[in-house]
Design a protein around this ligand. Structure first.
Ligand code: PAF
Length: 291
């Protein structure tokens, strides 16, 4: 039985078209021009987990063809961040992509994407430099630049991003809107493990003890949700309750905002967002709730 699974897996990897050479851009463009019907695109940095799989499956259900990219984008990492040690698992990722319904996998080397002295995208001066952008100045310039390049290459009908990276999703939506891009940006729900931990490639860095500590992050959001269900809406009270839950961790921020990331005094259901970032040991984790 196990043997057969292995055989099927090998066949699946062989059947998945993957372009990865320096010429990969030309190869991708050629493969893309042969595609007909709608195209769903899922950009990733690899180390795929169930969250990515669900994005790829959704893209597969909603489109005729699916392109997935795996590119650990150097320009979105700040000096001293985890670019070098970011998990890279190409073989496992290929299998997962195929099994979730990917038709074309794009694995470009850095030099296929970036050249010298070229235009870049600048994140909005306010919403791109608060929260994650404040902790990691320039991070969203790198994200928006690579996403614009990848959207230009894949020219998808729809592109899929997780709500877990709420600020990234909001800024990409705004870029697609204000740069008049033809792609529809689709937001997918955050997947959590049974105990509440939001799925993230960075969870791999956590020891067992740190993983238990990290649960405080989702628990703080569940506490906010409990208070909101009880009828509480004042941001200050909700934030204070969340900070109590998060107290053992190093909190980077707790923010209660509208869907354009502007701080608000009171939650309005269907229009608000609660965002948290905290460090567990050396690992920085983010989570959020769309209220
Ligand atoms: O969310 C990610 O994995 C990355 O920020 C993205 C969107 C693939 C751009 O590198």
């Amino acid at each position: 039985m196990v043997q057969w699974r292995r055989v099927f897996a090998i066949i699946a990897v062989k059947a998945l078209k993957a372009v990865r050479s320096v010429e990969s851009v030309a190869e991708l463009l050629a493969a893309r021009s042969e595609m007909s019907g709608s195209v769903g695109f899922v950009p990733t940095m690899g180390a795929l987990h169930a969250g990515h799989m669900s994005l790829i499956r959704q893209a597969h259900e909603e489109n005729d063809q699916v392109i997935v990219s795996i590119f650990v984008n150097p320009t979105q990492f700040l000096p001293g961040e985890d670019f070098e040690r970011y998990p890279r698992k190409e073989q496992a990722d290929r299998l997962l992509c195929k099994s979730a319904g990917c038709d074309l996998l794009f694995l470009p080397p850095i030099e296929a994407i970036y050249g010298a002295d070229e235009p870049v995208v600048k994140a909005p001066a306010v919403s791109g430099y608060i929260l994650e952008g404040h902790e990691r100045p320039g991070h969203f310039d790198g994200v928006l630049t690579v996403v614009l390049k990848l959207l230009g290459l894949t020219r998808p009908t729809r592109a899929y991003f997780g709500k877990k990276d709420a600020q990234q999703l909001i800024l990409i939506r705004q870029m697609a809107d204000r740069f008049f891009l033809p792609t529809e940006i689709i937001a997918a729900e955050t997947l959590r493990q049974k105990d509440g931990l939001a799925l993230s490639s960075r969870n791999e860095y956590l020891s067992d003890t740190q993983r238990t500590e990290a649960l405080k992050i989702s628990q703080s959001l569940f506490e906010a949700s409990r208070l909101i269900k009880q009828g509480r809406s004042e941001s200050a009270a909700i934030e204070a309750a969340m900070r109590q839950v998060l107290a053992p961790l190093a909190i980077d921020y707790v923010a209660i905002t509208d869907r354009a990331l502007r701080p608000i005094d009171a939650i309005v259901k269907g229009e608000s967002l609660i965002l948290v970032a905290a460090r567990v040991g050396g690992v920085r984790l983010i989570d959020n709730m769309w209220v």
